[in-house]
Ligand binder design. Structure first.
Ligand SMILES: *Cc1c(COP(=O)(O)O)cnc(C)c1O
Length: 355
């Protein structure tokens, strides 16, 4: 991709790259030397700049801190087998960013600023992209309401930031989940499809209760009947039932995951039957009893897949069969890795090569 705008760069005089222990990466521990910053005020977006990563200074009245106008994205860049750097499905993440921002009445940065700013940032910090299999540079674009004024209102000022940090491959051990029928993550007409901060804050309490009962995560159900599966924690929920890959259909209470979309596409490419349809708790219980359910997993950028070992439904712990590398979720994860690193052909044009 050719850059049309020149994004000014102020280099970090105190780079920390040499302080990173690349052999022992931890998710969320390290941030790269630079960040992209762009402010919105007086009805326009100002010049985007790449600047040294630094703390923010803000007024206690900053609107985002009180009324929750915050939206984020999460994506990854990889080193390809030929050494070039690939930002995976950048435009699809931008499109979702726009939908989230619209729902939260927030200013939307133009696509050129997002794409060119991100590409410039990755170019400047390309030495931060780790190159072992499964590792990645995690990319966190976000926007918050930056106007300093108390009193409830839609902010007239916003700050858009992108920072990045190297993350390890997550080899998730199979987790125990509990079907949640008392609390809800998202309701019809709500903000479930938007990647806004409040969705996470609101999910913590019921998740903590489940952890106290010995479960790692919740399987959320719909807000109306608490009957249909929605998501697995903060990942999209997927099942293999009768040999088919089954996942709940997108709605305003389900986040349109880029991993979800990628895995569904790859499953079809590999010749598997894929069904986007409602999955009821009753169907899961019946499938366990008849032993027709063979896999359950979450899908999301951080871990790609999070295999599920146990599902708690109405007082019973149902156990999934032991997974191996023939399990569909492992095949899909491996295939995704091959595409991202340029080993398999990128037939769906998901890779955005920075150079
Ligand atoms: C981010 C997120 C996902 C996963 O989306 P990806 O684009 O695959 O990372 C799923 N559910 C929720 C609620 C999320 O916030």
């Amino acid at each position: 991709m050719e850059l049309t705008a020149t994004i000014p760069v102020r280099k970090n005089p105190y780079p920390k790259l040499n302080e990173v222990d690349f052999k022992n990466l931890e998710f969320g521990k390290y941030v790269s030397d630079h960040m992209l910053v762009c402010d919105y005020a007086d009805g326009t977006w100002k010049t985007a700049q790449v600047v040294p990563y630094a703390n923010l200074s803000m007024s206690p009245t900053t609107l985002a801190l009180h009324y929750g106008q915050t939206v984020f994205e999460g994506m990854k860049a990889f080193v390809m087998k030929d050494g070039r750097i690939n930002i995976f499905r950048m435009e699809k993440h931008y499109d979702r960013f726009v939908r989230s921002l619209d729902r939260m009445c927030m200013a939307v940065p133009p696509k050129e600023i997002f794409i060119e700013g991100l590409m410039k940032l990755i170019e400047v910090d390309k030495a931060w992209v780790p190159n072992k299999s499964g590792e990645a540079l995690y990319i966190r674009p976000f926007i918050y309401a930056s106007e300093a004024k108390f009193g409830v209102k839609i902010s007239d000022e916003y700050r858009f930031i992108i920072f990045t940090g190297p993350v390890p491959a997550l080899y998730a051990h199979p987790i125990k989940v509990k079907v949640e029928t008392d609390y809800v993550r998202a309701a019809k007409g709500g903000t479930g499809f938007a990647k806004c901060g409040g969705n996470y804050g609101g999910a913590y309490y019921p998740t903590r209760l489940a952890k106290e009962q010995g479960y790692d995560q919740l399987l959320w159900t719909d807000a109306k009947e608490n009957k249909y599966i929605e998501e697995s924690g903060m990942m999209n929920a997927m099942f293999v039932i009768d040999g088919k890959l089954v996942t709940p259909p997108l709605s305003d209470s389900i986040l349109d995951g880029v991993t979800r979309d990628s895995l569904l596409t790859l499953a079809k490419d590999l010749g598997f039957a894929v069904e986007e349809r409602q999955v009821s708790i009753d169907e899961l219980e019946t499938a366990f009893k008849k032993q027709t359910i063979t896999e359950a997993f979450g899908a999301g950028t951080a871990a790609v897949v999070a295999p599920i070992q146990t599902i708690h439904i109405n007082g019973t712990d149902y156990i999934l069969p032991v997974y191996d590398n023939k399990s569909l979720h492992n095949k899909l994860k491996d295939e995704l890795e091959l595409i991202r690193t340029g080993v398999s052909p990128d037939i769906h044009e998901w890779n955005c090569i920075v150079g």
